[in-house]
Design a protein around this ligand. Structure first.
Ligand SMILES: [Cu+2]
Length: 366
């Protein structure tokens, strides 16, 4: 599904003040509409089926027409049978550039739309009645390692626009740099109202533009901070096996099920395991980096900051080559210093002395 055969649909880019006419032909077997999320427009162009227009019947073409009055970042999605149509990937991005090209100028301007799907391993059709328990968390309907890196030149001013059309919030975290939220669905954030961040939560139905100066060379992780959002489909309700000795039973099961794997008695690390998977199933997490497995899937990518990119050449430069001596390494300097323990807790008598010094601390005893 999606729009024009893709999900997300095409990113629509216009300039502030442009008069825009959009033809929407409904090739679905059911009615639809398109809502232009965040736009200032005539009420009848807002795309809420039943409220501001009749739903677009299957096979019919409707036209939307309005002036892009405000610069910023917007989204579009159906406002008819939303649960089904959005679960099937119908959504897209809209960027209205400022009329003054010098306003909020950046060197690199990225957009990605977050969407979530619930697709059983081996299946191809998303479950359309899932409310919260999705199993694929995507940027532009892709999961890591299938998401391109964001390639920038050192000292570039970088903007990343992030829209959330999933059913939960996503704390988006950037490594190695501080950023400011410079835009929301409501427009640019005035400079005096910004503060430095390394993580910003993007709530349901929201859009955030973050900006930073890419001063630090390297391959910097950019990801959602919910751990299960950087994984692909996995069994729900997997039991915790840490500390369980499965060695005796494993051999017996393997005689019955040749592909059987002992899982997780030392932890859940899956990055280096090759499990047999049903067709049409994404591995849970399989990215590989220069130092081994990157145990990530889902909402994860990298911002690759390089000093030596040719002008306007933003092809993937490969992995960062760290200067000698600047990578975490095994300690080879003789005995490591002994770990320092926390000082002993104060004796009970001291504790009560401290408590009684605090006004109101001993209410119960009085
Ligand atoms: Cu998330």
């Amino acid at each position: 599904m999606g729009y024009n055969g893709q999900s997300p649909g095409p990113t629509i880019e216009v300039v502030e003040g442009d008069r825009v006419r959009i033809f929407v032909t409904n090739k679905l077997p059911e009615a639809t509409s398109v809502h232009w999320h965040g736009q200032r427009l005539p009420n009848g162009m807002d795309g809420v089926a039943g409220l501001t227009q009749p739903a677009i019947p299957p096979g019919k073409t409707y036209v939307y027409e309005f002036t892009a009055r405000r610069a910023g970042t917007f989204m579009y999605h159906p406002h008819a049978d939303e649960m089904v149509q959005m679960a099937m990937g119908m959504m897209g991005f809209w960027v209205t550039h400022p009329k003054d090209p010098g306003l909020m100028r950046v060197d690199r301007d990225f957009v990605f739309l977050m969407s979530a799907y619930d697709i059983d391993p081996g299946a191809a059709t998303p479950k359309v009645s899932t409310m919260l328990d999705f199993n694929l968390w995507t940027w532009n309907s892709r999961t890591f390692p299938g998401i391109d890196p964001l390639v920038v030149r050192q000292n570039d001013r970088v903007r990343i626009r992030i829209g959330n059309l999933t059913m939960t919030n996503h704390p988006i975290h950037l490594h190695g740099h501080e950023f400011a939220v410079t835009g929301t669905d409501g427009g640019w954030v005035p400079p005096a109202a910004r503060w430095p961040e390394v993580t910003t939560d993007v709530a349901v139905g929201q859009m955030r533009a973050i900006e930073f100066d890419a001063t630090e060379e390297g391959d910097w992780a950019l990801h959602c901070h919910k751990a299960h959002h950087t994984m692909n489909a996995m069994g729900h309700g997997v039991p915790t096996m840490i500390g369980v000795d499965q060695s005796r039973v494993a051999g017996k099961i393997a005689r019955l099920i040749p592909d059987y794997m002992v899982m997780g008695d030392k932890g859940g690390s899956m990055g280096d395991m090759e499990m047999p998977l049903p067709d049409n199933t994404l591995p849970m997490m399989t990215g590989r980096g220069p130092y081994g497995a990157i145990e990530m899937g889902g909402m994860f990518s990298t911002v690759k900051v390089r000093r030596d990119l040719a002008r306007n050449d933003y092809r993937d430069p490969g992995w960062y080559r760290a200067p000698a001596g600047s990578v975490a390494r095994e300690w080879q300097g003789g005995d490591a210093p002994a770990p320092r323990r926390a000082p002993e807790a104060p004796a009970a008598a001291d504790m009560s002395a401290m408590d009684s010094a605090r006004p109101g601390a001993h209410h119960e005893q009085h």
